[in-house]
Design a protein around this ligand. Structure first.
Ligand code: UT7
Length: 325
């Protein structure tokens, strides 16, 4: 049994925030943002649009593509760190929105690696024979946890959602492997200090900007490049493959310089690496499924293509996966 992708979907909010818009908000400029990150613009959710709304639309598109009804879905697992509420799981709200009444649903908190963590859980579930169909979603409203006065972080992130529908099938097409890692020793290099149970909500905390994302960017950068390279090599080795076998490298889209460094270290050529960070910025758990849907809807996947995915994020968490399309 193998978990095969039978549908993809994505949703990006309409509102575009360009680098030039950001120049009017914080002390930054288009040249710096492009040179250091490769980002030109990002999407921002409307005031009345939440993570569950975006996730629902992405999931509906994946179901439509596959011609599968919501009642047929057995499991919904969603990578997100910007759920509608601290709890319950936003995947449950998506389940209700879809009318997926036979599915159990939960969120995975693994920041930018959330989609790959969710993919691994869904693949294990389907290959165990417990269910037939699973929706794997990555959805984030990063704009809601970004400090819009902090130029070190606010230029980097965007909002969006992506989803894939997996089906348990016989054969050799589907998720071939997942390798996942964590290291909590680094949790405070990239995190949201408040308001969880350690630092509960307070007026003083708001003034100290505790409910907003904090990152030590250049520390994260170095560890991200090392970890993404190592975990991608591990995936290739485990499958008896080399870089030349990879049709598409679909990495988490955090920063163009990270993608270029990892592509080079893996001895991949630029044409193998999919890049859309210029259009959407870092949408955390949503970047990989959004990218998969973009490639798929452009008709650029062929049966048998080997897709290498890798992600790194807060926790720290990181991982890789290979899919045979
Ligand atoms: O998604 C999961 C994980 N996240 C990542 O992988 C992100 C990893 N980190 C990065 O992408 C990069 O570290 C950044 C893009 C965040 C920063 O790039 P950098 O080359 O590491 O720059 P830096 O932090 O070393 O800062 C260089 C300078 C500083 O000025 P000084 O101290 O040299 O005078 C910053 O204050 O650039 C300044 N700076 C800015 N200038 C204009 C920082 N942000 C901005 C800005 N506009 N937006």
């Amino acid at each position: 049994m193998i978990a095969r992708v039978i549908g993809t979907g994505s949703y990006l909010p309409e509102k575009v925030l360009s680098n030039f818009d950001l120049e009017k908000m914080v002390e930054t400029n288009n040249e710096w943002i492009i040179a250091r990150t490769g980002i030109e613009e990002r999407r921002i959710a409307a005031d009345n649009e939440s993570t569950s709304d975006m996730a629902t639309k992405a999931a509906q598109r994946a179901l439509e593509m596959a011609g599968v009804s919501a009642e047929e879905v057995d499991m919904i697992v969603m990578g997100t760190i910007t759920g509608d509420h601290p709890w319950p799981a936003t995947a449950c709200i998506v389940q209700a929105n879809l009318g997926a009444k036979n599915a159990y649903a939960y969120d995975v908190s693994a920041a930018c690696s959330g989609f790959l963590y969710a993919l691994s859980a869904a693949s294990d579930y389907l290959t165990s024979g417990r269910g037939k169909k699973a929706l794997v979603i990555g959805a984030e409203a990063m704009s809601r946890i970004v400090d819009w006065t902090d130029r070190n972080t606010c230029v980097l992130f965007g909002d969006g959602a992506g989803a894939i529908l997996l089906e348990a099938q016989e054969g050799e097409f589907g998720v071939l492997s997942c390798h996942l890692y964590s290291d909590g020793n680094y949790f405070d290099l990239l995190y949201q200090p408040g308001f969880g149970t350690k630092v509960p909500a307070s007026i003083a905390g708001i003034e100290e900007k505790l409910p907003y994302l904090k990152m030590q960017g250049n520390e994260v950068f170095k560890i991200a490049v090392r970890s993404l390279t190592a975990v991608s090599k591990e995936a290739l080795k485990a499958n008896g493959m080399t870089s030349e076998d990879v049709t598409w490298f679909v990495p988490h889209q955090a920063n163009l310089r990270i993608l270029e460094a990892v592509t080079k270290r893996l001895k991949l050529v630029d044409e193998q690496c999919f890049i859309n960070v210029n259009k959407y910025g870092n949408t955390s758990g949503a970047t990989i499924p959004v990218a998969l849907d973009e490639i798929n809807r452009q008709g650029r996947f062929n049966e048998g293509d080997l897709i290498l995915m890798a992600a790194f994020g807060g926790g720290f968490t990181w991982g890789s996966s290979i899919i045979r399309w």
